[in-house]
Ligand binder design. Structure first.
Ligand code: ADP
Length: 296
């Protein structure tokens, strides 16, 4: 059983030839609404990967909120602890131009209200094998949840995104830190040397996995040499949500008691499948597909 505490957003994506400058109006080619938010994405990834998953967070009492709840439920995520609040659902306003570049405004909205745990949230975390955390809700909420997990002996996996300085207490309550290369560099000040960045992070957390895009991932634990697990060679069409797919699948494999290198191989198989299809949560593979990719 996996608990996820984090964000749920509706991504509002406009496709244009060239993004407008200040004061300018341009006509777009296409518009899409896409369920997103790192919390919701990781929850969907873990549920598709075959786990029982519950999502703790907040959405607005509005149309986007209702759409997000139903999209989570459609993937099998339990949303009993996803609160409907007065504040509007979080949104990401994304402009994608013809060169594939983007400009994004994120309005946290309801996500900004997740500052603590209800007794029900804490009971759920206590009963989970793993708690997945990211940083798209207030740090106070993340920290409270990490501490609760620690009290109940639940493994915490923290994706430190968006990158920001982390309080020592949060790292102290984290079992596995899961940054991508950029986040690892931001946290340590060490760029272009993931092994050195991982070693530096081990001063504060017992286990680190740094995802390296097409290069795979690097695992480091205290007292052992770091190991690199390569990613399957695939043709990527859309890497949005690759890290979240990886996190969700990794949590499932670890909760099943698989050794970390096996779990990483399985997670990278899941992420490799997701990058070959467009969309974030829409592209996340189910367990059968992950098994086939991992054993193929
Ligand atoms: P994020 O999506 O958070 O930026 P990464 O880019 O590191 O994180 O990707 C996360 C994981 O997704 C990688 O560790 C890898 O397993 C997988 N992945 C990403 N891009 C590719 C790719 N081009 N080919 C194969 N796997 C990929």
């Amino acid at each position: 059983h996996i608990a996820v505490l984090g964000s749920a957003n509706m991504d509002l994506v406009a496709y244009v030839a060239k993004a407008p400058r200040r004061g300018e109006t341009v006509t777009g080619r296409e518009f899409r609404t896409v369920p997103g938010g790192k919390g919701a994405n990781q929850a969907v990834a873990a549920a598709r990967a075959g786990a029982t998953v519950s999502m703790i967070g907040a959405i607005g009492a509005d149309t986007f909120g209702a759409q997000l709840r139903s999209s989570l439920e459609h993937s099998g995520v339990d949303t009993d602890l996803l609160r409907s609040v007065e504040t509007p659902t979080g949104t990401a306003h994304i402009v994608v131009d013809d060169e594939g570049g983007n400009a994004i405004v994120v309005v946290p909205g309801a996500n900004g209200t997740v500052k603590g745990l209800t007794p029900g949230d804490e009971a759920l975390i206590a009963s989970a094998d793993t708690l997945l955390l990211q940083l798209e809700i207030p740090l106070k909420g993340v920290l409270t949840a990490a501490r609760a997990a620690r009290r109940h002996g639940v493994r915490t996996v923290l994706t430190p995104a968006p990158a920001q300085p982390l309080p020592d207490e949060l790292l102290a309550a984290t079992d596995l830190l899961l940054p991508n290369e950029h986040e690892a560099a931001a946290l340590t000040g060490i760029a272009d040397d993931p092994r050195a960045a991982a070693r530096s992070l081990l001063a504060q957390v017992p286990e680190v996995v740094i995802t390296l895009g097409a290069e795979g991932s690097l695992y480091a634990a205290r007292g052992a040499e770091p190991v690199t697990v390569p990613a399957p060679r695939v043709t990527a069409v859309d890497t949005t949500g690759a890290g979240d797919t990886f996190a969700g699948a990794l949590a499932v494999a670890l909760a099943e008691g698989r050794p970390v290198p096996d779990a990483l191989h399985w997670a990278s198989s899941a992420a490799a499948l997701s990058v070959q299809r467009p969309g974030a949560s829409a592209s996340m593979p189910c367990r059968k597909e992950i098994d086939a990719q991992a054993n193929g």
